[in-house]
Design a protein. Structure first.
Length: 144
């Protein structure tokens, strides 16, 4: 009977949750699972050398449904999904969330808000944020 209730991944899941909690209190979430499952929109963030790039999946939304704000080392994406069906619809499964959302991501470096480009195609928002000049490495000449 005990074997029916035991899950081999229970301890692993609890350990990951505890590690995320510990490291997030120090300001550095783990890459393993720093965002709860089902968080909308799903975001990828990467460094392209001269710029930071954020890619967000926003299926079913129009560009005018989104609000993008960049300030120093944070980027915030806000928007909302409205209900497409009528209230009389009978659901057998409902997994798509409705309502307003907001995601704020702290960037590893400051970016220049004047040099941000956002493109939206096929439900994917791509944001290129040029790094601030003070964060770029500077070549120092060594005199002899």
């Amino acid at each position: 009977m005990w074997l029916d209730q035991w899950s081999p991944f229970f301890d692993v899941d609890k350990t990951l949750q505890e590690m995320d909690r510990m490291f997030s209190s120090m300001g550095r979430p783990l890459e393993i699972r720093s965002v709860p499952r089902g968080t909308f929109p799903a975001i990828n963030l990467y460094d392209e050398g001269e710029a930071m790039v954020m890619v967000a999946e926003t299926p079913g939304l129009k560009p005018e449904d989104l609000d993008l704000t960049v300030l120093d080392d944070t980027v915030t994406l806000k928007g909302g999904r409205s209900q497409e069906e009528t209230d009389s619809s009978r659901y057998y499964r409902r997994e798509r969330g409705l309502g307003d959302f907001a995601r704020t991501v702290t960037l590893p470096v400051a970016v220049n808000p004047e040099r941000v480009q956002a493109e939206y195609a096929d439900g994917v928002l791509t944001v290129r944020m040029a790094k601030a000049e003070e964060t770029k490495p500077k070549k120092i000449e060594i005199k002899v």
